[in-house]
Design a protein around this ligand. Sequence first.
Ligand code: ADP
Length: 261
Amino acid sequence: MKLITMKGVTKLYSKGEHEQRALDSVDLEIDEGKFVVILGPSGAGKSTLLNMIGGLDSPTSGTIIVDGQNIEALSRDELADYRASTVGFVFQSYNLVPTLTVLENVALVKDIAKNPLSSHDMLRAVGLEDHMKNFPSELSGGEQQMVVIARGLMSRPRILLMDEPFGALDAQTRAQLQTDLLNTWQKEKKTCFFITHDVDEAIILGQRCVIMSARPGRIKRIVDIDIPYPRTQETRLSPEFNRLKNEVWGEVYKEYLEVRK
Ligand code: ADP
């Protein structure tokens, strides 16, 4: 079932006297439960696209239909409901409240979500039961990021929107969190929209890689990643992984060069 349909999505930002075309006529369909990864150079409009699906920004022209509803047509209250129940956000900066415990940070979602999960259950599900009473500063970067993912899942969203969530982590922690995220995704079957600059990460996680072109952002190519799950460290050594990595990297690299021109 199609959960997200974008048609002709264009975004213009005004820059002084000029208008800048951040996205140009983007068409994209995402089936429910899919793990979709977005790759492309800085400025390609990846975050703009994510924010639009999240109801935080709106297109200058074109439509975004989520679960049969045109997001543009929602009233303010309906949009607030949509943000609180249909989508969950996971960003790179942790945004945890330093004076609240891990449990209290996750429980904050209860104030806005319609039908939240239990904070204890959620933290248990992501392996953080031993840290519930700790403050964020007592956790490693990877553990803090898992708290953010747990918080993103608390409202039982159908769509998890992730903007470079592991960008600031070291390679080992990142690999561990990728595995944890995949385990959670396989259990919860959320639709994932995941932005990254890292081609290895895109291929280890995603079922589809959407490659954006340099400004103005357009969809340049979509590559299906037909590697079965669970994907492990051995997957990274397989010929299929490396074939896909070369294919995706070749496309992405051309766009990075465009930006530097
Ligand atoms: P990416 O996530 O691919 O790096 P963004 O979606 O953040 O790209 O930005 C796409 C383009 O739109 C960039 O050129 C950026 O400067 C511009 N842009 C994004 N948000 C705003 C804004 N709020 N006001 C003006 N320009 C913006």
